[in-house]
Design a binder for this molecule. Structure first.
Ligand code: CO
Length: 155
């Protein structure tokens, strides 16, 4: 495993659309392993492949698990949001946008279809904090950064 450089805001790469992953091979697994290590070192709770310079649809989320101190690491390849409902506003930041935090509007609940690192299909529904992390990371695959969805006070 290796720590990769995190692409920072201002780099046009972060604004590009990522392409589908079509090979679930060792190269993908190495990318995911590196993304996890990079996320951990940077103390984040999510990371998307474009943040390490790879324009492919792959994200990692560290999800909260009820009743557990330990989070769940979830890799999602080619994720697609199939349903969303409700609204929540919370403070967000991003490993690619150091020093900036702001309030962001997100759905309270999102359902996602995705593949795992071996290509098997899954679907999951996330609520609360986990819905925030999942939608933040999936946004990266469309070149969207959290502050694009900032909720300004008084509005
Ligand atoms: Co981010």
């Amino acid at each position: 495993m290796a720590i990769r450089d995190i692409v920072k805001d201002g780099d046009p790469l972060l604004r590009k659309h990522s392409r589908d992953v079509d090979k679930f091979d060792g190269k993908l697994h190495a990318l995911l392993n590196d993304m996890l290590q990079t996320m951990r070192i940077a103390d984040g709770v999510g990371i998307a492949a474009p943040q390490v310079g790879i324009l492919r649809k792959a994200v990692i989320c560290e999800l909260e698990v009820e009743g557990s101190e330990e989070g769940e690491i979830l890799e999602m390849i080619n994720p697609v949001i199939t349903a969303k409902s409700g609204e929540q506003v919370g403070m967000e930041g991003c490993l690619s946008v150091p020093g900036k935090h702001c309030e962001v509007l997100r759905p309270e609940k999102v359902s996602v279809e995705f593949q795992d690192r071996f290509g098997a299909k899954h679907s999951r529904t996330f609520v609360g904090f986990n819905a925030v992390v999942a939608s933040h990371e999936i946004d990266h695959l469309s070149g969207i950064l959290f502050y694009d969805k900032e909720v300004k006070e008084g509005k």
